[in-house]
Design a protein around this ligand. Structure first.
Ligand SMILES: Nc1ncnc2c1ncn2[C@@H]1O[C@H](COP(=O)(O)OP(=O)(O)OP(=O)(O)O)[C@@H](O)[C@H]1O
Ligand SMILES: [Mg+2]
Length: 502
C-alpha cells in the first residue's frame, strides 16, 4: 500500500476544488496529466485529477502564493529534495458507500481537512469502477487504463458526439456501430456525406445491411418519396419554383386526387405538358417552368409511389444507412422528416424493434438559428423518443449551431477536439460535471481523443479512441499529393493515350 503513496497535499488552491500536491521525481516523474489519484478520508475516497505538474524550478510566484497555507511545509520538502514535483489537481468526485456499496459521486463538494494528508494512486478496484464500466471497449486513458462503456447505460438515453472536423467523430461512431452490431442492434444512420457505406458493407456477414441512397446509385436501394403524399408546396419547397407554377401544380394534384385512386409523377408531368399548351402566355410559362423544375427533380430518381417499408428499414441485427450526398439540403431535411416521423409512429405502434438512430450533421436537421422542416420531429424525438425505444445519437461539428433543446436532451456527451469559443460555451451549458479546466483542454485534444460526460459518468472520462476498427472508415482524410498524381496520370492517359504504367 505504501508504495502507492504519491505525495502530500500542500494546500487547496484559489478555488475550493483546486489542490496542490507535492511529490517526487521518482513517484510523479511518469505521471500523466489527466491521471486520477486518491486521498482517503474517514468516510470517503476523494478523487483528484492531475491538471498539470511542474518541478520546483518551474514554480511561479503565483504558485508560491497559492502555497501560502502550507508554505513552511513546502519549503521544508523542497529544500530536502529540490527535484520535487508540484502537482496541480482538481477534485472531480468521490467514492463512498451510501448504503448500497461503494459508488462514484461526481462534483466537487469534498474538502480536504486533514493537515498534510497523503495522496495515493488508485487501487485496481477503483480503476475498474471509474473506467471499466461495461463491455463496449472504446479506448484507453492517457495513463493506459482500458475504457469500457455499459451498453445499456449508453443507449438508454440520447447521446451526442461533438467535435470539429477531423477530430474522429465518425471513426468513433463506426467503432460503436461495429460493437453494437455484435449485440444484434438495430441501427439506422442518416448519412449526409455517404461516409458510412464502407463501414456497413464491411460489418460481419451475419449482420443485416440495408443501404439506401436518395435517387439511384449503383448497388444501393433507392429511397423514394411517395408522390401522393407531396403537396404543391412541398414541390415548391424542393425546387424553389414560383407562386404561379405552384398554383398550377396545386390544381393538378387536387384534380388527380379527385379522379384517380393512385397517381404517379408521370401523371403530374403529363398534366403540366398539356397546361403548357393552353391558357394565357403567363399561364403557359408558369406551367412550363413547373414542368422543367419537376422533371429535374424526377430525374434524381427520388420520386416514387411508395416509401420503403419501415419493417425493411429497421430490424434487429441490421445496420441501415440512408446516404444522401449530392442532394440539396432542403430535400435532405424533408426526407429526414419523412423517415423520422415514420420511425416515431412505427415505434409508438411497436411495429419495429427499438433502435439506435444516428443523425450525422445534426445541426443541419435541427439548426439553432432557424426552423427547417425537420426541426419539429427532431425535437419530438429528443423529448419523447427514449420512452418509445429510440436512442438518438446526434453528431455535429458545431454544437452552437444545433438546436439547444435537442442538445440538452442528450444526457451523454462525447466531446472530441473543439476550438471555437461559442461551441465550448454550448458544451458548458448542456453538459453535466464539466469544469473550466476540462473545457480549456478541449482545443488541445488529439485526433481520436474524447471526453465522455453525462449521467452514467459521474466523473467525466478522457480517453483516446482505439485505432483497431475492423470495418472500413469512409471519412478518410484525403491524401492530396497521391490524389493529384493519380488524377494527373488519368488525364495524361486520356490525352495522349500513354500506356497505363506511365
Ligand atoms: N481513433 C482513431 N484511430 C485512427 N485513425 C483515426 C481515429 N479517429 C480518427 N481517425 C482518422 O482521422 C481522420 C478523421 O476522422 P473522422 O472522419 O472520424 O473525423 P470527423 O470528426 O468525423 O470529421 P468530419 O466532421 O469532417 O466528418 C480519418 O482519416 C480517420 O481514419
Ligand atoms: Mg465525420
Amino acid at each position: 500500500m505504501s508504495n502507492n503513496i504519491l505525495g502530500s497535499v500542500l494546500s487547496q488552491g484559489r478555488k475550493a476544488d483546486e489542490v496542490l500536491i507535492v511529490s517526487t521525481i521518482e513517484k510523479a516523474g511518469t505521471l500523466k496529466k489527466g491521471t486520477i489519484i486518491a486521498h482517503d478520508t474517514l468516510n470517503e475516497v476523494i478523487l483528484l485529477q492531475v491538471t498539470h505538474k511542474i518541478t520546483w524550478s518551474d514554480l511561479s510566484e503565483q504558485d508560491l502564493f497559492l502555497m501560502n497555507e502550507n508554505e513552511e511545509l513546502a519549503y521544508k520538502i523542497i529544500q530536502k529534495s529540490p527535484k520535487s514535483y508540484i502537482l496541480h489537481s482538481i477534485i472531480v468526485g468521490a467514492i463512498r458507500d451510501e448504503g448500497e456499496g461503494p459508488a462514484i459521486f461526481g462534483g466537487t463538494t469534498s474538502f480536504i481537512a486533514d493537515k498534510t494528508p497523503e495522496v495515493r494512486l488508485l487501487k485496481p478496484s477503483e480503476v475498474k469502477m471509474i473506467y471499466d464500466k461495461g463491455t463496449l471497449e472504446v479506448g484507453r486513458t492517457v495513463d493506459g487504463h482500458k475504457v469500457t462503456l455499459p451498453i445499456n447505460g449508453l443507449i438508454q438515453r440520447h447521446l451526442s458526439i461533438i467535435g470539429m472536423t477531423g477530430s474522429g467523430k465518425s471513426y468513433l461512431l463506426g467503432l460503436l456501430c461495429e460493437e453494437l452490431a455484435l449485440h444484434k442492434a438495430a441501427i439506422l444512420i442518416i448519412d449526409p456525406h455517404n461516409e458510412y457505406i464502407p463501414m456497413a458493407q464491411t460489418l460481419p456477414r451475419e449482420v443485416g445491411k440495408m443501404l439506401y441512397s436518395i435517387g439511384s446509385a449503383v448497388g444501393l436501394n433507392t429511397y423514394t418519396l411517395d408522390v401522393q403524399k407531396l403537396s404543391a408546396f412541398d414541390f415548391q419547397h424542393f425546387t424553389g419554383m414560383g407562386i404561379g407554377s405552384t398554383a398550377i401544380v396545386e390544381r393538378i394534384i387536387q384534380n388527380l386526387k379527385e379522379t384517380k385512386s393512385q397517381y404517379s409523377i408521370q401523371d403530374i408531368l403529363q398534366h403540366l405538358d398539356s397546361q403548357a399548351r393552353k391558357g394565357s402566355p403567363s399561364e403557359k410559362a408558369a406551367a412550363t417552368w413547373a414542368r422543367n423544375y419537376i422533371q429535374t427533380l424526377t430525374n434524381t430518381g427520388m420520386l416514387g409511389t411508395s416509401e420503403p417499408p419501415m419493417r425493411e428499414m429497421v430490424n434487429a441485427n441490421q445496420t441501415t444507412v440512408v446516404a444522401m450526398s449530392g442532394v440539396k439540403e432542403r430535400i435532405q431535411q424533408f426526407i429526414v422528416t419523412s423517415i423520422l416521423q415514420r420511425i416515431f409512429n412505427a415505434r409508438r405502434r411497436k411495429e419495429i424493434s427499438p433502435l439506435i438512430l444516428v443523425i450525422e450533421e445534426a445541426h443541419r436537421f435541427a439548426p439553432s438559428a432557424e426552423k427547417v422542416s425537420s426541426s419539429a420531429i427532431m425535437r419530438t424525438l429528443a423529448a419523447e423518443g427514449r420512452k418509445f425505444g429510440i436512442c438518438l445519437v446526434v453528431v455535429s461539428q458545431r454544437p452552437n449551431r444545433l438546436d439547444s433543446t435537442v442538445l440538452s436532451q442528450c444526457v451523454t456527451n462525447i466531446v472530441m477536439k473543439v476550438k471555437n469559443p461559442s461551441d465550448l460555451e454550448s458544451i458548458k451549458n448542456s453538459a453535466e460535471n464539466v469544469t473550466d479546466d476540462i473545457l480549456n483542454e478541449l482545443p488541445r485534444f488529439e485526433r481520436g481523443e474524447a471526453l465522455i460526460m453525462g449521467e452514467a459518468f459521474p466523473i467525466s472520462i478522457r480517453y483516446k479512441t482505439r485505432s483497431d476498427r475492423k470495418t472500413k472508415h469512409g471519412g478518410k482524410n484525403v491524401n492530396f499529393v497521391s490524389e493529384w498524381q493519380k488524377h494527373n496520370q488519368e488525364k495524361n492517359v486520356k490525352k495522349f493515350n500513354f500506356p497505363t504504367e506511365i
